[in-house]
Design a protein around this ligand. Structure first.
Ligand SMILES: [Zn+2]
Length: 155
């Protein structure tokens, strides 16, 4: 780093401290030329991720859309708002962890469905019926059958 006092590029790190949630690091540095100290911050760069829609159009990823979709699916269901918030931030993390620049809307849809499946069956079916492309009646029937089987499994 360039010393803010003398403009020298040589320094040594004398202290590094991470913030509580581990998203940034503060480093105390000392210029090797003039001996003055200064502080730098390192933060995690959130690369904007693009969502590829089924028609090929791209749009920036927006977690509010996931949230809105989940709220709609959970309408009048006994799902607490903080459960939805938790799920949304989990999905967000999952998406960033893929390290991809682009992600398809259907992949995100799958992530949301997996979350809803754990939360509420009715919300899951509502969401799935919108997101999954049921081109023929059979696939939908099969899908519901799988759900019912799982329901019997007693979870
Ligand atoms: Zn200096």
């Amino acid at each position: 780093m360039r010393c803010t006092f003398c403009g020298c590029f040589e320094d040594k790190v004398i202290d590094s401290r991470q913030n509580d949630d581990g998203t940034s690091i503060r480093r105390r540095r000392e210029c090797t030329k003039c001996g003055r100290r200064f502080t730098t911050y390192e933060v995690i760069e959130m690369t904007p991720i693009l969502v590829i829609k089924s028609n090929g159009a791209r749009q920036p990823f927006n977690s509010n859309k996931i949230k809105a979709g989940m709220i709609k699916a959970c309408e009048k269901r006994p799902v607490p708002a903080e459960k939805i918030d938790e799920a949304v931030s989990d999905i967000e993390k999952q998406i960033y962890n893929t390290m991809k620049m682009e992600i398809s809307a259907s992949e995100i849809g799958e992530m949301v469905m997996n979350k809803l499946k754990e939360m509420d069956n009715v919300a899951y079916i509502r969401f799935a019926s919108v997101y999954r492309d049921f081109t023929d009646a059979t696939s939908f029937t099969e899908f519901v059958a799988t759900l019912e089987e799982k329901g019997k499994g007693g979870k």
